[in-house]
Design a protein around this ligand. Structure first.
Ligand SMILES: [Zn+2]
Length: 470
């Protein structure tokens, strides 16, 4: 095995691949992001993502081989009389390896973020009016004709999308985040590191969940069931109690696998770096376009925007949607803690930046910090009650939360969200039934007076029944 040749070959391939991606950003001019152009870009992203993943695996495998080689083989003999040079030989090898893997991982993260943004913003439908076929963009990897009727497929913009597609022009596709970050000026660097901190928001408390295989009797037959239980700590008895509570005395625990989760908001260093780079550069381009020069805005706006976008994502998506699809924020935990949400959304209270944002028209709605905290609190509450309901996100639901937590009037909120007052009252009724009152101040509670009493009593009973069912 000739390590030198192998390494130059593999590094050469990787260098070429990453180099070919350096100018990818130029293909992503916003004006081009329509019709057929978006399909080309999407397919290219997916194909490059595949190449990058293959390259990453190759590199990792190669490193394992060379590591064995370096410790077992002649190279080591050459060096063993000179421990210092041997150490530096290993050290320099480790540095090269880390730099290369870093770049590939960052490139992969950037590609995933871009794919997630496009997935969120575009959908596919059939051009035949009588055909109801719709799908994700992935279908274009196989065909551009409708699989049901053979008509050409159309791309449509998803009106409910909650991501800032414009940022994908600024992602570090070739993984060169370090080059970019070191060239940032002091305001950009400040914004960059603040965003990194915001996206990490590590919690000290370690949550534990457990996958359990249960043996139980159902209709006279012994069956096995797999369930997942959330726990505050690793405790067999606590686990047992929960199982009995949910499945009754007949359930026996056959096997438990403990999971420790590290509650980091976005649990991937490279996704955090790529997003931070993209938001800082996006804001930079935007502000120079409008000839805005205030340093304070350059520093704060990127942080405000990403915090706003994440807030909207939390508000508009169900927990399921957040955890399954490849969305605009890959590796985001599906259940951030209330504490994390409070920290993430504290930026929304920067009123000076909120004014700029509203003048520039770059944020869809005015959001309040408490609305996001409330939505998460309601989700937790409903989860705890084992109710079959979750908080179903809708524009009306958000409008209701904003109405409760801001000083805007009902008609103002109705205008802003383009939702009828009746729909908002409907959402308020649901929130009241779910028990939102305990999180509200007296003044906010009084806003719930518009909810019709009789209806809510009836619904309360209905919900009580459902909740007792479990
Ligand atoms: Zn069709």
């Amino acid at each position: 095995m000739n390590t030198h040749d192998d390494s130059s070959q593999i590094y050469g391939q990787i260098y070429e691949l990453l180099f070919s991606l350096t100018d990818f950003n130029n293909e992503l001019d916003i004006d081009l992001l329509n019709s057929n152009r978006i399909i080309d870009i999407y397919i290219k992203l997916l194909k490059n993502l595949e190449l990058l993943q293959v390259a990453k695996n190759k590199l990792l495998r190669y490193h394992i081989l060379t590591y064995k080689f370096a410790t077992n083989h002649e190279n080591y003999k050459e060096y063993k009389h000179d421990i210092y040079s041997y150490k530096s030989f290993i050290r320099s090898r480790q540095l090269t390896r880390k730099a290369n893997i870093d770049r590939i991982r960052c490139a992969i993260a950037s590609h995933k973020i871009a794919v997630g943004h496009i997935n969120e913003n575009y959908e596919v439908s059939c051009s035949n009016q009588g055909c109801s076929f719709s799908s994700k963009l992935e279908v274009f990897l196989k065909t551009d004709k409708c699989p049901r009727c053979g008509f050409p497929l159309n791309i449509i913009r998803n009106p409910k999308s909650v991501s800032r597609i414009d940022i994908i022009k600024y992602l570090p596709y070739s993984g060169n985040y370090l080059d970019i970050a070191t060239k940032f000026n002091s305001h950009q660097r400040w914004a960059y590191s603040e965003i990194l901190r915001l996206l990490k928001l590590e919690e000290r408390r370690v949550l534990t969940s457990a996958s359990i295989i249960l043996k139980m009797v159902e209709n006279g037959k012994i069956i096995r069931k797999r369930v997942k239980v959330e726990l505050e700590r690793k405790d067999f008895r606590l686990c047992e109690e929960k199982i009995i509570e949910i499945f009754g005395q007949n359930a026996r625990i056959e096997k438990i696998t403990w999971h420790k989760s590290k509650p980091i908001l976005i649990n991937d260093k490279y996704v955090r770096q790529s997003l931070a780079i993209a938001y800082v550069r996006f804001v930079d381009a935007l502000l120079s376009k409008y000839n805005i020069t205030s340093e304070d805005i350059y520093k704060k706006l990127p942080i405000y925007l990403i915090s706003y976008d994440l807030s909207l994502f939390l508000l508009m998506k169900t927990e399921y949607e957040r955890s399954t699809s490849i969305g605009p924020f890959p590796h985001m935990i599906s259940r951030p803690s209330i504490n994390q949400i409070k920290k993430l959304t504290s930026t929304l209270r920067w009123s000076d930046i909120a004014i700029i944002v509203s003048n520039l028209g770059i944020c869809k709605w005015k959001l309040t910090q408490q609305s996001i905290v409330l939505k998460e609190a309601m989700e937790k509450l409903l989860r705890g009650s084992n109710s079959i309901f979750g908080v179903i996100p809708s524009t009306a639901m958000i409008a209701a939360l904003i109405y409760l937590t801001s000083n805007l009037s009902l008609s103002h909120v109705s205008d802003m969200f383009n939702e009828s007052i009746a729909m908002i009252i409907n959402a308020l009724t649901r929130l009241k039934i779910y028990g939102i009152e305990k999180y509200l101040t007296e003044e906010q509670k009084s806003k719930l007076n518009i909810v019709p009493e009789a209806e809510s009593e009836k619904a309360k009973l209905f919900l009580k029944k459902l909740m007792c069912n479990s």
